[in-house]
Design a binder for this molecule. Sequence first.
Ligand code: HEM
Ligand code: HEM
Length: 181
Amino acid sequence: LAAGDISAGKEISASCAACHGVDGNSPADVYPKLAGQHASYLYKQLVEFKNGKRANDIMSPMVAALSEEDMANLAAYYASKESTPGAVSEDSLDLGQQIYRGGNSESGVPACMACHGPNGSGMPAAKWPKLSAQYQAYTEAQLHAFANGERQNDPNGMMRDIASKMTEEEIKAVSAYVSGL
Ligand code: HEM
Ligand code: HEM
């Protein structure tokens, strides 16, 4: 796939702005921030909303008419923007940080940073998403969706396996923690 064209992506993004913001900083926390997310990961998600591998009633009709080129351009546009981390309350910091950096050896949850990086910035070459600065509510919702099998597009079920071993308290804490990274 060729690198996307940022200005062509910007034009199409007008139809996404109501939910994801003009620059990918979504106005409400049920909608993920797309700003600064890796183009490789964004492109994978758009293709999978289109082919049904990632099921979502809102997003699938949004991508139905997009070509592969449109999706590559949109991915390039949002990747070129920046997101700002939010403030995290003290009470979720300790547990969130512990899970993110060390996992939970008793229940078999690995350290998130092994794949999502010490700063939450992910790994573009591997299509491992950036988690930093994402809204807590969205991250929590995705961990629940992996845990209950609603979201099935993670390679080899790696996120489904991890999320299903997490307690509710751990999910909340780590989601708060990464929103501030
Ligand atoms: C998720 C892109 C339009 C609502 C996503 C994701 C991408 C994306 C890449 C996944 C983000 C991630 O995995 O971190 C786009 C593009 C749009 C568009 C390129 C325009 C063509 C919209 C609109 C709405 C919307 C108009 C609201 C009516 C959502 C929601 C999710 C989402 C609710 C989360 C889905 C889930 O829980 O799995 N979008 N979006 N999007 N988007 Fe959009
Ligand atoms: C995706 C959280 C550990 C690999 C995600 C997403 C979240 C997340 C919230 C979805 C991001 C979005 O929709 O924008 C976490 C947490 C972890 C953890 C809290 C630790 C408890 C790991 C580890 C790996 C990994 C250890 C690698 C072995 C991935 C991959 C995806 C992903 C490949 C993308 C799935 C796709 O292509 O749709 N993770 N993760 N994660 N994570 Fe993790």
